[in-house]
Design a protein around this ligand. Structure first.
Ligand SMILES: *Cc1c(COP(=O)(O)O)cnc(C)c1O
Length: 226
């Protein structure tokens, strides 16, 4: 069996999440999204068999190959940057977590209208302000929240963010609180923004303490990527 340690690793993750939930006190439910990028379809099957029903992929083409090779009914999340000319390739995805610009929002809206079924998205916010990171700047969120109410081809389910790699606890908490504020701004103008996707292998416990409803875990579940 591939990934023989997955069940044990997942049990440890779930215990750590329970501890973080108790400390954080936001009273949310947390979905573990298994990040299978660079791994083969067998990682997705192993995730499903371990009880993980949500899978995150960075690239549409890599994900499409795995979708074609598998019959397990996982929910596919796109967590990497999407080029606007690839919005037609989103059919198999349940949630686009990486809506990172107004221009991509426009393209996703147009695709949702074209296919007659809106696309569920998270707004990716660059809450840490790093120049190298994609996503909306925090001060762009309020005007964009307003504008997105005019785009029925997308349904804004919440916010996704990434903290700086190797950040200390103070920066992590500030980043995650920034994402929480962005979600509040979306909800304020009527978006059904319940989700807060934040936390990766190195920082998911702090993210859960700060209110994460989805954590995106690769390395911790499947080992280092080759
Ligand atoms: C790769 C990736 C993850 C998972 O990272 P790990 O540190 O391996 O858990 C989470 N979110 C995004 C956006 C990623 O690209």
């Amino acid at each position: 069996m591939p990934y023989p340690e997955l069940a044990e690793r997942l049990a440890a993750v779930r215990a750590a999440i329970d501890g973080a939930l108790a400390r954080g006190g936001h009273q949310q439910r947390v979905t573990v999204v298994a990040v299978t990028k660079t791994h083969g379809p067998e990682a997705v099957r192993a995730a499903w068999e371990a009880g993980l029903h949500d899978v995150g992929e960075n690239r549409v083409q890599e994900a499409a190959a795995k979708m074609a090779a598998l019959d397990v009914p996982v929910r596919w999340h796109l967590i990497g940057h999407l080029q606007r000319n690839k919005v037609r390739q989103l059919d198999g995805f349940a949630l686009v977590q990486s809506m990172d610009s107004p221009r991509l929002a426009d393209a996703l809206h147009a695709e949702g209208v074209r296919r007659g079924r809106p696309i569920d998205v998270l707004l990716q916010v660059n809450a840490s302000g790093e120049a190298s990171k994609g996503g909306y700047a925090p001060d762009e969120v309020v005007p964009e929240a307003e504008r997105l109410t005019t785009l029925p081809g997308v349904v804004v389910r919440g916010v996704m963010t990434m903290a700086p790699f190797d950040a200390g606890e103070r920066v992590l908490r500030a980043t995650f609180a920034g994402a929480r504020a962005a979600r509040a701004a979306l909800a304020e103008v009527g978006h059904p923004a319940a989700e807060l996707s934040m936390g990766m292998s190195g920082d998911y416990e702090v993210a859960v303490e700060e209110g994460a409803t989805m954590v995106r875990l690769g390395t911790l579940l499947f080992g280092a990527r080759g």
